[in-house]
Design a protein around this ligand. Structure first.
Ligand code: ZN
Length: 460
């Protein structure tokens, strides 16, 4: 067998979402080379009502779980029964994710080596159309008592694995298992080789569900690694869990380097507005501080309201408003600035910092507003947005590590005007440069990367 011990696990739940739904029943069949087979199951009080459709499917009713222990009361037994085992389940991401969340609610970590029997079936029977539990039962003529109850389904998985060993050579099964354990698990509705076809190169990727518009767009300097990380981390975020459930295909576009990937990602997100990028609101969150109305408190401005020809008096970029506020609080503490004058609080009379003797006192008239404004400008000066350091347009050549591919990006005033693959395309951009839009993300990356890239000033 493929491990000292295996735990075949099945759960019944109140619904499909690990972060929001709860477990109603746990069934574990533990197969231990030394000790033999032991079965265990328990109903679980989900501490909420079970939807009628789910009650009908599993046969587990609100009345049945009313007197059952809560997950907290059986957590220790569950952990002990799975300890040291390979965790085997059908669509294991589901069961593993639910246990992770239940343990997390108790403040406990839960990890196990996971083997998904959907993936195992898919690998050993690649021509079979379906791999859900009913299809597996039918294909291998497995006895299926107590279908849809936790212990019943866990027993079916154990008989499935036994059937495999009758049906196939041991080496074949074990090499299939070894490969599944080694490769990060993808959502089962994606083809098993989906990751293998993705290059370890920079670029952008798009996740699609059933609709023609992408669910999510991302970028990376290593596409395969980044895409795998959405699905294979021990503890998936709520966003990644929902993506896992909805994704049906992946598309990628290679770029020569990180800059090209960021430019393309930003363009695609702006034009296609994928729903999960919107949830994350990563990009739109970036802000700068503007001292346009001194001595009034600084304004928070986002990329779209910044004129690249007028960057004086702008500071940042900050990843979010709250990051900008945190920086202001830090500057206030170091330079005895006033929380009221910085807009960090609204109140009359002495500000919070003044009350703990950390404000020089503009809020109580102990310092003039003009002097305070000058001190704020001084404290912010390390964050001042830089002026465009070239007379006009520049071309930035970005080559990939093989040298086979190079992209030429054109910028002016920190704005991206386009990317060319050949001289004709470059000339077209230079002849009729589009009006670029200022983007704090692109600004930040250019400030960081320009010293390392080959920059060609363009005269036109
Ligand atoms: Zn004050």
């Amino acid at each position: 067998m493929f491990a000292p011990a295996i735990a075949f696990v099945d759960l019944e739940t109140t619904g499909a979402t690990a972060s929001a739904d709860r477990i109603t029943e746990v069934g574990i069949v533990r197969v231990d080379d030394a000790v033999g087979v032991s079965e265990w199951s328990s109903l679980v009080d989900p501490e909420r009502s079970i939807p009628p459709a789910i009650q009908a499917l599993t046969g587990i009713t609100n009345a049945m779980v009313a007197g059952a222990p809560t997950f907290g009361q059986i957590a220790e037994q569950v952990a002990e029964r799975i300890a040291g085992c390979v965790f085997v389940a059908h669509n294991a991401r589901f069961d593993y994710g639910f246990l992770k969340h239940e343990f997390a609610r108790l403040g406990r970590a839960f990890t196990a080596k996971v083997l998904c029997t959907v993936r195992l079936s898919r690998r050993l029977y690649p021509d079979a159309g379906r791999h859900n539990l009913d299809a597996v039962i039918q294909r291998h003529r497995l006895a299926a008592d107590d279908r849809h109850r936790a212990l019943g389904d866990a027993r079916i998985l154990w008989s499935f694995v036994q059937a495999l060993y009758r049906d196939r050579p041991t080496e074949e099964i074990e090499s299939a298992i070894a490969r599944i354990l080694r490769t990060p698990s993808l959502p089962p509705q994606l083809p098993a080789n989906a990751l293998a076809t993705i290059p370890e190169a920079p670029g952008v990727y798009r996740f699609y569900g059933l609709n023609p518009l992408p669910l999510y767009i991302g970028k990376s300097i290593n596409l395969r690694e980044r895409i795998a990380s959405h699905f294979s981390s021990d503890y998936l975020s709520a966003n990644d869990l929902r993506l896992s459930a909805e994704i049906t295909r992946i598309e990628i576009e290679e770029t020569a380097g990180e800059l090209g990937a960021l430019l393309r990602e930003s363009q695609l997100i702006k034009t296609l507005l994928p729903v999960y990028n919107h949830h994350l609101r990563r990009r739109s969150g970036m802000v700068a501080l503007a001292l346009a109305h001194e001595p009034a408190p600084p304004d928070y401005v986002n990329s779209s309201s910044i004129d690249p020809a007028a960057l004086d008096g702008l500071y940042g970029p900050f990843a979010s408003r709250s990051k900008a506020r945190a920086t202001l609080r830090e500057l206030a503490a170091n330079a005895r600035l006033c929380w009221s004058a910085l807009g960090l609080e609204r109140r009359n009379g002495p500000c919070f910092a003044r009350q703990v003797r950390r404000c020089a006192g503009v809020c109580v008239g102990a310092e003039s507003r003009e002097v305070h404004a000058a001190r704020l400008r001084d404290a912010l000066s390390p964050y001042a947005l830089r002026r465009w350091p070239y007379p006009g347009m520049i071309a930035v050549r970005e080559a990939d590590i093989t040298g086979e591919r190079s992209d030429v990006h054109v910028f002016r005033d920190w704005c991206w005007l386009g990317t060319a693959r050949d001289d004709a395309a470059l000339q077209a951009i230079v002849d009729v440069p589009p009006r670029g839009e200022f983007d704090l993300d692109i600004y930040r990356l250019l400030v960081k990367q320009l010293p390392r890239l080959s920059v060609i000033p363009l005269t036109s």
